[in-house]
Design a protein around this ligand. Structure first.
Ligand SMILES: Nc1ncnc2c1ncn2[C@@H]1O[C@H](COP(=O)(O)OP(=O)(O)O)[C@@H](O)[C@H]1O
Ligand SMILES: [Mg+2]
Length: 223
């Protein structure tokens, strides 16, 4: 099977001395889910930023969809970032003054792309599946944390990316909302999007997926 992500010998140092990630290997097939646990400060966000082409590795090899990522040219991958990778962060990062609808459509709106019938029908089906259909006209500022995160997931998914990356997506949520958000991720994963979720909460359950622990710069498979 061809891998969506194929990383080997990855190293990352911010200061050229201490390596946050070292000799790290990771593979993920199209449509698969991986959950990565790890203590605060162990390098989870660092790894996600590299996988999501927001930052570059110091060493190693990274193939995304079979294409070699040139770590000196990470800035040139904005097209892949915009179309093939969705991001969800702990802090939601919605535009509070805008409606939920405009927030979800933002990946199209911010660079002036046309809103076709297909986009609107994707908006309908996503907001239905994520349980935010009745919230589309509300201002984002008026939503609860769990609703905000589901709106953020819809925004990350509106372009049907091959990969959805989530960095501590339930970090600000209580247990009930964490469960709703976890279910939202599962429904997204069922549609064939690959998913990588990073969390320090071992209680989060994502069903059938590979789980890893990040420690001492490497990923260890958990059973
Ligand atoms: N931009 C940066 N510059 C320098 N050091 C950083 C930077 N980002 C993270 N670090 C350091 O790298 C280590 C891993 O951080 P991070 O990836 O944010 O961990 P986690 O997401 O697991 O909490 C920490 O020691 C942190 O201080
Ligand atoms: Mg982090």
């Amino acid at each position: 099977m061809s891998e969506l992500i194929d990383i080997s010998g990855l190293g990352k140092s911010y200061d050229g001395k201490r390596f946050v990630l070292k000799e790290l290997s990771f593979r993920l097939g199209a449509g698969q889910t991986a959950v990565i646990y790890g203590e605060s400060g162990c390098g989870k966000s660092t790894l996600l930023n590299i996988i999501g082409l927001l930052d570059s590795a110091t060493e190693g090899e990274y193939l995304f969809c079979g294409r070699r990522v040139n770590r000196r040219r990470v800035n040139s991958y904005s097209g892949i970032r915009a179309n093939d990778i969705g991001f969800v962060f702990q802090a939601y990062c919605l535009i509070e003054a805008l409606s939920v609808r405009d927030n979800v459509l933002m990946p199209y709106l911010y660079n002036g792309q046309r809103l076709t019938k297909e986009v609107y029908s994707e908006l309908d089906s996503l907001s239905e599946r994520l349980g935010i259909a009745s919230l589309l006209d509300k201002k984002a500022a008026l939503l609860s944390g769990g609703e905000k995160q589901r709106a953020a997931i819809a925004r990350a998914m509106i372009k049907k990316p091959a990969l959805l990356i989530a960095d501590e997506p339930t970090g600000n949520l209580d247990e009930g909302n964490s469960r709703l958000v976890t279910e939202a991720f599962r429904s997204v994963a069922e549609e064939g999007t690959a998913l990588i979720v990073v969390t320090h909460n071992r209680g989060l359950k994502f069903g059938d997926c590979a789980s890893y622990r990040l420690s001492e710069g490497r990923l260890h498979r958990c059973e």
